[in-house]
Design a protein around this ligand. Structure first.
Ligand code: ZN
Length: 104
């Protein structure tokens, strides 16, 4: 164990390596969260119709009443980013739904 730490630490500590690890991790996460679902989410299709264009990467489809099964256009709101989405939740409620973020 001691040798292992000595060997790994110098590499792990560089900013470049950290950045690479972070990017690799993010990439994996994106792939997983998107590929988990086959075909399009209904709420995304409805939201795209509502705003009249395709959703962009990073945009979040939010359910106003918190019910993910309610895909009525009136119940859907599109946020430009997860930050805006999270901000909305921090103001109006404390529950942030997961799996809504649009991934490439
Ligand atoms: Zn939300």
């Amino acid at each position: 164990m001691k040798t292992m730490n000595e060997e790994m630490n110098p590499y792990r500590m560089t900013d470049e390596t950290r950045k690479k690890v972070r990017q690799a991790h993010l990439g994996k996460g994106e792939g997983k969260s998107y590929k988990k679902y086959y075909g399009k989410h209904e709420h995304r299709v409805v939201a795209e119709k509502k705003i009249g264009r395709k959703l962009r990467d990073g945009e979040v489809v939010h359910h106003m009443d918190g019910n993910k099964l309610n895909n009525s256009p009136d119940n859907l709101k599109v946020f430009r980013s997860q930050v805006e989405h999270a901000t909305w939740h921090s103001i109006f409620d404390n529950c942030v739904e997961v799996g809504e973020v649009v991934r490439p």
